[in-house]
Structure formats: C-alpha cells, structure tokens
Write a protein that binds this ligand. Structure first.
Ligand SMILES: N[C@@H](CCC(=O)N[C@@H](CS)C(=O)NCC(=O)O)C(=O)O
Length: 95
C-alpha cells in the first residue's frame, strides 16, 4: 500500500500525522512542501485548503490532520489504537 505524506517539518499539524504513522509503524514517503511556493502536487491533492498535511494513500488524498489521524487509526487497526476503547475516555482524548 503506497503512502506519501505531503508535509512541512515545521507544521504542528503535520507532526500529529507523523506521530500517528510512527505509532502504527507505517512506512511512508515524506515529501517536504514549500508553503511559500506551493507545488503542483499539493494544489492538486488539497485544492480546497491548499494546506499540509495531506496523506496520499494508494493515490487518494486525505486532508485535514484530525481526519488523517482518524483515517490512519481505522486503516491500520491491527496495532497501537490511537484512542482509548472507553467512550468517555475517548471523548476526553478528543477534547
Ligand atoms: N486545519 C488544518 C491546518 C493545516 C495548516 O494550517 N497547515 C499549514 C502549515 S502548519 C499550511 O499548510 N499553511 C499554508 C497556508 O496557509 O497557505 C489541519 O489540521 O490539517
């Protein structure tokens, strides 16, 4: 399964996604983006907000860091759940 992350090292939103990928042990290609001169790939993959991070999984983009983290948790669900199983604790974590 091909995974690419369009990101910027200084982005705290990207950091969220990088931590989730590391926790899950997902191998991915990292693609640093110049946010002052946005490239074709970023504009094509996130035409709505034109922001990083964008996760590209098997050619399909997922945008917005919290949505990406939830996606990672759902797809790679065989290890390291990112949220507690208890609904209340999960709500607290999300808060
Ligand atoms: N709500 C977005 C925020 C992402 C965001 O603000 N990314 C910044 C980098 S930290 C960005 O791409 N900025 C470029 C711009 O605003 O044009 C998320 O959670 O992913």
């Amino acid at each position: 399964m091909a995974v690419t992350l369009l990101d910027s090292r200084v982005s705290p939103f990207g950091m969220r996604v990088r931590i989730a990928l590391e926790e899950k042990g997902v191998k991915y290609e990292y693609s640093e983006q110049d946010l002052r001169n946005k490239g074709h790939m970023l504009l094509e993959m996130n035409p709505v907000y034109k922001k990083v991070p964008v996760l590209i999984h098997n050619g399909k983009p997922i945008c917005e860091s919290l949505i990406v983290v939830q996606y990672i948790d759902e797809v790679w669900n065989n290890k390291s759940p990112l949220l507690p199983s208890d609904p209340y604790q999960r709500a607290q974590s999300r808060f």
